[in-house]
Design a protein around this ligand. Structure first.
Ligand code: SF4
Length: 403
Protein backbone atom coordinates (compact mmCIF):
# COMPACT_ATOMS: atom_id res chain seq x y z
CA UNK A 1 0.00 0.00 0.00
CA UNK A 2 2.99 2.31 0.16
CA UNK A 3 2.41 3.62 -3.37
CA UNK A 4 -0.85 5.26 -2.33
CA UNK A 5 0.08 6.28 1.15
CA UNK A 6 1.62 9.43 2.51
CA UNK A 7 3.87 7.70 5.00
CA UNK A 8 5.60 9.92 7.54
CA UNK A 9 9.25 9.01 8.18
CA UNK A 10 9.73 6.83 11.22
CA UNK A 11 11.77 9.32 13.23
CA UNK A 12 9.11 12.02 13.07
CA UNK A 13 5.81 10.09 13.18
CA UNK A 14 3.38 12.14 15.24
CA UNK A 15 0.89 10.29 17.41
CA UNK A 16 -2.50 9.66 15.85
CA UNK A 17 -5.39 11.91 16.88
CA UNK A 18 -7.06 11.10 20.17
CA UNK A 19 -9.53 8.29 19.59
CA UNK A 20 -13.19 9.01 20.34
CA UNK A 21 -14.80 7.62 23.48
CA UNK A 22 -15.81 4.00 23.01
CA UNK A 23 -13.06 3.09 20.53
CA UNK A 24 -11.95 -0.55 21.00
CA UNK A 25 -8.68 -0.99 22.88
CA UNK A 26 -6.00 -3.60 22.15
CA UNK A 27 -3.16 -4.16 24.61
CA UNK A 28 -0.13 -6.05 23.32
CA UNK A 29 1.85 -8.03 25.92
CA UNK A 30 4.93 -9.16 24.03
CA UNK A 31 6.25 -12.01 26.18
CA UNK A 32 5.91 -15.76 25.56
CA UNK A 33 7.38 -18.83 27.23
CA UNK A 34 9.21 -19.50 23.92
CA UNK A 35 8.99 -18.28 20.35
CA UNK A 36 6.84 -20.53 18.15
CA UNK A 37 8.49 -21.37 14.87
CA UNK A 38 5.60 -20.24 12.67
CA UNK A 39 4.75 -17.03 14.51
CA UNK A 40 5.34 -13.56 13.08
CA UNK A 41 3.59 -11.59 15.80
CA UNK A 42 5.94 -9.42 17.76
CA UNK A 43 6.86 -11.45 20.83
CA UNK A 44 10.00 -12.51 22.67
CA UNK A 45 10.79 -15.23 25.23
CA UNK A 46 10.12 -13.88 28.70
CA UNK A 47 13.31 -15.16 30.30
CA UNK A 48 15.30 -12.28 31.73
CA UNK A 49 12.73 -9.69 30.64
CA UNK A 50 11.53 -6.89 32.89
CA UNK A 51 7.79 -7.56 32.80
CA UNK A 52 7.03 -5.02 35.56
CA UNK A 53 8.92 -2.39 33.57
CA UNK A 54 6.88 -3.23 30.47
CA UNK A 55 3.61 -2.91 32.41
CA UNK A 56 4.71 0.49 33.69
CA UNK A 57 5.57 1.60 30.14
CA UNK A 58 2.25 0.38 28.74
CA UNK A 59 0.45 2.39 31.43
CA UNK A 60 2.44 5.50 30.46
CA UNK A 61 1.41 4.96 26.84
CA UNK A 62 -2.20 4.37 27.91
CA UNK A 63 -2.17 7.70 29.76
CA UNK A 64 -1.37 9.39 26.44
CA UNK A 65 -3.42 7.32 24.04
CA UNK A 66 -5.98 4.94 25.56
CA UNK A 67 -9.55 5.82 24.54
CA UNK A 68 -12.05 6.63 27.26
CA UNK A 69 -14.67 3.97 27.87
CA UNK A 70 -13.65 1.44 25.16
CA UNK A 71 -16.55 -0.76 24.10
CA UNK A 72 -14.29 -3.83 23.72
CA UNK A 73 -10.86 -4.63 25.17
CA UNK A 74 -8.51 -7.34 23.95
CA UNK A 75 -5.35 -8.35 25.83
CA UNK A 76 -3.25 -10.09 23.20
CA UNK A 77 0.31 -10.80 22.40
CA UNK A 78 2.42 -12.56 23.15
CA UNK A 79 0.91 -14.47 26.02
CA UNK A 80 -1.01 -12.34 28.53
CA UNK A 81 -1.64 -15.38 30.77
CA UNK A 82 2.10 -15.57 31.36
CA UNK A 83 1.83 -12.54 33.66
CA UNK A 84 1.34 -13.30 37.35
CA UNK A 85 -1.99 -12.41 38.96
CA UNK A 86 -0.47 -9.35 40.75
CA UNK A 87 1.08 -8.17 37.46
CA UNK A 88 -2.26 -8.56 35.70
CA UNK A 89 -3.90 -6.58 38.50
CA UNK A 90 -1.40 -3.74 38.23
CA UNK A 91 -1.94 -3.55 34.48
CA UNK A 92 -5.71 -3.86 34.49
CA UNK A 93 -6.37 -1.60 37.48
CA UNK A 94 -4.05 1.00 35.97
CA UNK A 95 -5.85 0.84 32.63
CA UNK A 96 -9.22 1.04 34.34
CA UNK A 97 -8.22 4.24 36.15
CA UNK A 98 -7.30 5.76 32.80
CA UNK A 99 -10.11 4.49 30.60
CA UNK A 100 -12.93 3.15 32.83
CA UNK A 101 -12.96 -0.02 30.72
CA UNK A 102 -14.48 -2.17 33.42
CA UNK A 103 -17.63 -0.09 33.30
CA UNK A 104 -17.76 0.43 29.53
CA UNK A 105 -16.58 -2.73 27.79
CA UNK A 106 -19.22 -5.21 26.69
CA UNK A 107 -16.56 -7.75 25.73
CA UNK A 108 -13.10 -8.28 27.25
CA UNK A 109 -10.76 -11.04 26.08
CA UNK A 110 -7.34 -12.30 27.16
CA UNK A 111 -5.21 -14.65 25.10
CA UNK A 112 -3.86 -17.57 27.11
CA UNK A 113 -1.57 -20.50 26.54
CA UNK A 114 -1.97 -23.86 28.26
CA UNK A 115 1.35 -23.72 30.10
CA UNK A 116 0.32 -20.58 31.97
CA UNK A 117 -3.39 -21.11 32.51
CA UNK A 118 -4.54 -22.93 35.61
CA UNK A 119 -7.70 -22.53 37.67
CA UNK A 120 -6.20 -19.78 39.86
CA UNK A 121 -5.08 -17.76 36.85
CA UNK A 122 -8.45 -18.15 35.16
CA UNK A 123 -10.20 -17.06 38.35
CA UNK A 124 -7.84 -14.11 38.70
CA UNK A 125 -8.64 -13.03 35.15
CA UNK A 126 -12.37 -13.34 35.82
CA UNK A 127 -12.05 -11.34 39.06
CA UNK A 128 -10.13 -8.66 37.20
CA UNK A 129 -12.98 -8.24 34.73
CA UNK A 130 -11.96 -10.55 31.87
CA UNK A 131 -14.86 -12.91 31.12
CA UNK A 132 -13.62 -14.20 27.76
CA UNK A 133 -10.48 -16.31 27.32
CA UNK A 134 -8.86 -17.55 24.14
CA UNK A 135 -6.63 -20.60 24.54
CA UNK A 136 -4.02 -21.65 21.99
CA UNK A 137 -4.41 -25.42 21.55
CA UNK A 138 -3.04 -25.44 17.96
CA UNK A 139 -2.57 -29.22 17.66
CA UNK A 140 -3.60 -32.46 19.34
CA UNK A 141 -0.23 -34.12 18.63
CA UNK A 142 2.73 -33.65 20.93
CA UNK A 143 5.19 -34.12 18.08
CA UNK A 144 3.47 -31.35 16.11
CA UNK A 145 3.52 -29.06 19.14
CA UNK A 146 7.27 -29.73 19.34
CA UNK A 147 7.66 -28.99 15.63
CA UNK A 148 5.77 -25.73 16.24
CA UNK A 149 8.21 -24.87 19.06
CA UNK A 150 5.44 -24.78 21.64
CA UNK A 151 6.25 -25.58 25.24
CA UNK A 152 3.01 -27.29 26.28
CA UNK A 153 1.66 -30.78 25.70
CA UNK A 154 -1.74 -31.86 24.44
CA UNK A 155 -2.64 -32.90 28.01
CA UNK A 156 -1.76 -29.40 29.20
CA UNK A 157 -4.23 -27.97 26.67
CA UNK A 158 -7.10 -30.12 27.93
CA UNK A 159 -6.14 -29.34 31.54
CA UNK A 160 -6.17 -25.61 30.80
CA UNK A 161 -9.62 -25.87 29.21
CA UNK A 162 -11.03 -27.75 32.20
CA UNK A 163 -9.36 -25.32 34.60
CA UNK A 164 -10.96 -22.35 32.85
CA UNK A 165 -14.40 -23.97 32.99
CA UNK A 166 -13.89 -24.98 36.64
CA UNK A 167 -13.04 -21.38 37.45
CA UNK A 168 -16.34 -20.32 35.89
CA UNK A 169 -15.22 -18.95 32.51
CA UNK A 170 -18.30 -18.99 30.28
CA UNK A 171 -16.86 -17.56 27.07
CA UNK A 172 -14.04 -19.65 25.69
CA UNK A 173 -12.34 -19.61 22.31
CA UNK A 174 -9.93 -22.30 21.21
CA UNK A 175 -7.31 -21.78 18.49
CA UNK A 176 -6.30 -24.61 16.18
CA UNK A 177 -3.95 -24.81 13.18
CA UNK A 178 -4.48 -27.10 10.18
CA UNK A 179 -2.69 -27.96 6.94
CA UNK A 180 0.36 -28.96 8.94
CA UNK A 181 3.01 -30.94 6.99
CA UNK A 182 2.08 -34.64 6.77
CA UNK A 183 -1.36 -34.07 8.31
CA UNK A 184 -4.19 -35.89 6.55
CA UNK A 185 -7.72 -34.58 6.19
CA UNK A 186 -8.95 -37.55 8.25
CA UNK A 187 -6.62 -36.87 11.14
CA UNK A 188 -7.63 -33.17 11.13
CA UNK A 189 -11.30 -34.17 11.28
CA UNK A 190 -10.63 -36.50 14.22
CA UNK A 191 -8.71 -33.81 16.10
CA UNK A 192 -11.18 -31.05 15.40
CA UNK A 193 -14.10 -33.24 16.49
CA UNK A 194 -12.32 -33.97 19.75
CA UNK A 195 -11.77 -30.29 20.38
CA UNK A 196 -15.34 -29.38 19.46
CA UNK A 197 -16.66 -32.12 21.75
CA UNK A 198 -15.27 -30.07 24.64
CA UNK A 199 -17.97 -27.49 23.89
CA UNK A 200 -16.05 -24.26 23.24
CA UNK A 201 -18.19 -21.19 22.54
CA UNK A 202 -15.93 -20.07 19.72
CA UNK A 203 -13.33 -21.80 17.60
CA UNK A 204 -10.66 -20.23 15.39
CA UNK A 205 -9.05 -22.55 12.85
CA UNK A 206 -6.19 -21.15 10.81
CA UNK A 207 -4.40 -22.87 7.98
CA UNK A 208 -0.68 -22.91 8.56
CA UNK A 209 1.10 -20.09 6.75
CA UNK A 210 4.79 -19.61 6.22
CA UNK A 211 5.46 -15.97 7.10
CA UNK A 212 8.62 -14.08 6.26
CA UNK A 213 11.26 -14.00 9.00
CA UNK A 214 9.99 -17.11 10.73
CA UNK A 215 11.88 -20.33 11.28
CA UNK A 216 9.13 -22.18 9.40
CA UNK A 217 9.68 -20.04 6.28
CA UNK A 218 13.41 -20.76 6.39
CA UNK A 219 12.70 -24.49 6.81
CA UNK A 220 10.29 -24.35 3.86
CA UNK A 221 12.86 -22.59 1.68
CA UNK A 222 15.49 -25.18 2.57
CA UNK A 223 13.12 -28.08 1.87
CA UNK A 224 12.96 -29.21 5.48
CA UNK A 225 9.20 -28.59 5.50
CA UNK A 226 6.62 -28.98 2.76
CA UNK A 227 3.32 -27.20 2.35
CA UNK A 228 0.21 -29.36 2.49
CA UNK A 229 -1.14 -30.06 -1.02
CA UNK A 230 -3.84 -27.61 -2.06
CA UNK A 231 -6.56 -30.27 -2.35
CA UNK A 232 -5.83 -31.52 1.18
CA UNK A 233 -6.00 -27.97 2.50
CA UNK A 234 -9.32 -27.47 0.72
CA UNK A 235 -10.73 -30.69 2.15
CA UNK A 236 -9.68 -29.53 5.62
CA UNK A 237 -11.26 -26.11 5.07
CA UNK A 238 -14.57 -27.73 4.09
CA UNK A 239 -14.43 -30.19 6.98
CA UNK A 240 -13.74 -27.33 9.41
CA UNK A 241 -16.93 -25.53 8.43
CA UNK A 242 -18.98 -28.70 8.43
CA UNK A 243 -17.80 -29.99 11.80
CA UNK A 244 -18.17 -26.61 13.45
CA UNK A 245 -21.71 -26.30 12.12
CA UNK A 246 -22.54 -29.80 13.40
CA UNK A 247 -21.42 -28.61 16.83
CA UNK A 248 -23.52 -25.44 16.64
CA UNK A 249 -20.67 -23.05 15.79
CA UNK A 250 -21.26 -21.09 12.60
CA UNK A 251 -18.52 -19.67 10.40
CA UNK A 252 -19.13 -15.93 10.73
CA UNK A 253 -15.68 -15.24 9.28
CA UNK A 254 -13.37 -17.32 7.09
CA UNK A 255 -11.42 -18.75 10.05
CA UNK A 256 -13.78 -18.05 12.94
CA UNK A 257 -16.79 -19.99 14.19
CA UNK A 258 -19.10 -19.15 17.04
CA UNK A 259 -22.28 -20.14 18.81
CA UNK A 260 -25.06 -17.57 18.47
CA UNK A 261 -24.08 -14.40 20.33
CA UNK A 262 -20.50 -15.57 20.93
CA UNK A 263 -18.90 -13.87 17.91
CA UNK A 264 -15.83 -11.83 18.84
CA UNK A 265 -17.02 -8.21 18.75
CA UNK A 266 -13.49 -6.88 19.02
CA UNK A 267 -12.39 -8.69 15.87
CA UNK A 268 -15.65 -7.93 14.04
CA UNK A 269 -14.65 -4.29 14.37
CA UNK A 270 -11.35 -5.01 12.53
CA UNK A 271 -13.16 -6.76 9.69
CA UNK A 272 -15.57 -3.84 9.47
CA UNK A 273 -12.52 -1.60 9.16
CA UNK A 274 -13.44 0.29 12.32
CA UNK A 275 -11.17 2.45 14.45
CA UNK A 276 -9.12 0.93 17.27
CA UNK A 277 -6.27 1.88 19.54
CA UNK A 278 -3.40 -0.54 20.07
CA UNK A 279 -0.87 0.00 22.84
CA UNK A 280 2.30 -1.92 23.66
CA UNK A 281 5.31 -2.78 21.50
CA UNK A 282 4.45 -3.54 17.88
CA UNK A 283 0.80 -2.57 18.36
CA UNK A 284 -1.01 -0.89 15.48
CA UNK A 285 -3.81 1.66 15.71
CA UNK A 286 -6.35 3.09 13.32
CA UNK A 287 -7.97 6.39 14.18
CA UNK A 288 -10.05 8.24 11.61
CA UNK A 289 -8.48 7.35 8.28
CA UNK A 290 -4.90 7.22 9.63
CA UNK A 291 -2.95 4.21 10.82
CA UNK A 292 0.10 4.17 13.02
CA UNK A 293 2.21 1.69 14.88
CA UNK A 294 4.76 1.20 17.61
CA UNK A 295 8.23 -0.31 17.11
CA UNK A 296 8.48 -4.10 17.07
CA UNK A 297 11.16 -4.18 19.72
CA UNK A 298 11.29 -3.98 23.51
CA UNK A 299 14.19 -1.52 23.82
CA UNK A 300 13.01 0.95 21.12
CA UNK A 301 9.51 0.87 22.55
CA UNK A 302 10.72 1.60 26.07
CA UNK A 303 13.04 4.36 24.79
CA UNK A 304 10.24 6.11 22.95
CA UNK A 305 7.88 5.86 25.88
CA UNK A 306 10.51 7.31 28.20
CA UNK A 307 11.29 10.15 25.82
CA UNK A 308 7.91 11.02 24.35
CA UNK A 309 5.21 9.24 26.37
CA UNK A 310 3.81 7.64 23.24
CA UNK A 311 5.70 5.24 20.95
CA UNK A 312 4.26 5.94 17.50
CA UNK A 313 7.05 5.01 15.13
CA UNK A 314 5.21 5.13 11.84
CA UNK A 315 2.07 6.71 10.52
CA UNK A 316 0.35 6.46 7.17
CA UNK A 317 -2.69 8.06 5.62
CA UNK A 318 -4.01 5.71 2.94
CA UNK A 319 -5.59 7.34 -0.11
CA UNK A 320 -9.39 7.01 -0.49
CA UNK A 321 -9.26 4.22 -3.10
CA UNK A 322 -6.79 2.25 -0.98
CA UNK A 323 -9.16 2.59 1.98
CA UNK A 324 -12.06 1.40 -0.13
CA UNK A 325 -10.11 -1.63 -1.42
CA UNK A 326 -9.06 -2.58 2.10
CA UNK A 327 -12.62 -2.26 3.35
CA UNK A 328 -13.82 -4.74 0.72
CA UNK A 329 -10.88 -7.01 1.40
CA UNK A 330 -11.72 -7.14 5.11
CA UNK A 331 -15.51 -7.10 4.81
CA UNK A 332 -15.69 -10.02 2.42
CA UNK A 333 -14.07 -12.22 5.07
CA UNK A 334 -17.35 -12.01 6.98
CA UNK A 335 -20.21 -14.36 6.22
CA UNK A 336 -22.51 -11.33 6.30
CA UNK A 337 -20.45 -9.67 3.56
CA UNK A 338 -21.07 -5.99 2.92
CA UNK A 339 -22.95 -3.57 0.71
CA UNK A 340 -21.20 -1.09 -1.53
CA UNK A 341 -22.69 1.76 0.52
CA UNK A 342 -21.39 0.24 3.77
CA UNK A 343 -17.95 -0.10 2.22
CA UNK A 344 -17.91 3.54 1.14
CA UNK A 345 -19.06 4.65 4.59
CA UNK A 346 -16.48 2.55 6.43
CA UNK A 347 -13.73 3.72 4.08
CA UNK A 348 -14.80 7.35 4.54
CA UNK A 349 -15.46 7.76 0.82
CA UNK A 350 -18.98 9.23 0.95
CA UNK A 351 -18.35 11.48 -2.06
CA UNK A 352 -18.11 8.47 -4.40
CA UNK A 353 -21.46 7.94 -6.09
CA UNK A 354 -22.88 4.37 -6.36
CA UNK A 355 -22.91 4.57 -10.16
CA UNK A 356 -19.26 5.63 -10.18
CA UNK A 357 -18.07 3.35 -7.41
CA UNK A 358 -15.17 1.41 -8.95
CA UNK A 359 -15.51 -1.32 -6.32
CA UNK A 360 -18.96 -2.22 -7.61
CA UNK A 361 -17.50 -2.93 -11.05
CA UNK A 362 -14.92 -5.24 -9.45
CA UNK A 363 -17.58 -6.96 -7.34
CA UNK A 364 -19.81 -7.48 -10.37
CA UNK A 365 -16.95 -8.98 -12.35
CA UNK A 366 -16.22 -11.40 -9.50
CA UNK A 367 -19.93 -12.19 -9.40
CA UNK A 368 -19.71 -13.10 -13.06
CA UNK A 369 -17.03 -15.62 -12.13
CA UNK A 370 -19.24 -17.09 -9.39
CA UNK A 371 -16.81 -15.95 -6.70
CA UNK A 372 -19.23 -13.43 -5.17
CA UNK A 373 -22.99 -13.38 -4.86
CA UNK A 374 -25.30 -10.43 -4.21
CA UNK A 375 -28.32 -10.79 -1.96
CA UNK A 376 -31.62 -9.03 -2.58
CA UNK A 377 -30.54 -6.50 0.04
CA UNK A 378 -27.46 -5.72 -2.06
CA UNK A 379 -24.96 -7.50 0.18
CA UNK A 380 -21.98 -8.98 -1.58
CA UNK A 381 -20.72 -12.25 -0.12
CA UNK A 382 -18.25 -14.92 -1.07
CA UNK A 383 -19.85 -17.92 -2.75
CA UNK A 384 -19.01 -21.51 -1.80
CA UNK A 385 -16.53 -21.37 -4.69
CA UNK A 386 -15.10 -18.03 -3.59
CA UNK A 387 -14.73 -18.87 0.12
CA UNK A 388 -11.51 -20.86 -0.05
CA UNK A 389 -10.17 -18.32 -2.58
CA UNK A 390 -10.88 -15.34 -0.33
CA UNK A 391 -7.34 -13.98 -0.45
CA UNK A 392 -7.31 -13.99 -4.25
CA UNK A 393 -10.73 -12.34 -4.38
CA UNK A 394 -9.54 -9.67 -1.96
CA UNK A 395 -6.50 -9.00 -4.10
CA UNK A 396 -8.77 -8.22 -7.05
CA UNK A 397 -10.00 -5.16 -5.14
CA UNK A 398 -6.53 -4.19 -4.02
CA UNK A 399 -5.16 -4.50 -7.57
CA UNK A 400 -8.06 -2.73 -9.25
CA UNK A 401 -8.51 0.17 -6.80
CA UNK A 402 -5.21 0.69 -5.11
CA UNK A 403 -3.83 2.95 -7.86
S1 SF4 B 1 2.61 -18.27 21.99
FE1 SF4 B 1 1.45 -17.20 20.37
S2 SF4 B 1 2.34 -15.13 20.27
FE2 SF4 B 1 3.75 -16.44 21.44
S3 SF4 B 1 5.24 -17.09 19.92
FE3 SF4 B 1 3.66 -18.70 20.06
S4 SF4 B 1 2.13 -18.17 18.49
FE4 SF4 B 1 3.45 -16.36 18.79
Amino acid sequence: MTNTTDAVPAASAPPLDAAPEGTPLYVHLPFCAAKCHYCDFFSVPDEGQDIDGMIAAILVEARHRAPRRPRTVFFGGGTPSLLSAPQLRTLMDGLDELSDWRDSAKEVTAECNPESLDEDKARALLDLGVPRLSIGFQSLHDETLKLFGRVHSVDDSFRAYEAARAAGVRHLNLDMIYAVPDQTAESWETDLSRVLDLGPNHLSAYNLTFEEDTRFKRWLDRGRLEKAPEEVELAMFDATRRLNAEHGLLAYEISNHAAAGEECEHNLNYWRNGAYVGIGPGAVSKVGTARGGNPRGIAPYLRRIQKEGHATQWREDPAPMARLAETWWLGLRLAAGLTAAEARGRAACPAVDESEDPAVAVAEELRGHDLLERTDAGRYRLTARGLPLADGVAKSFLNALDV
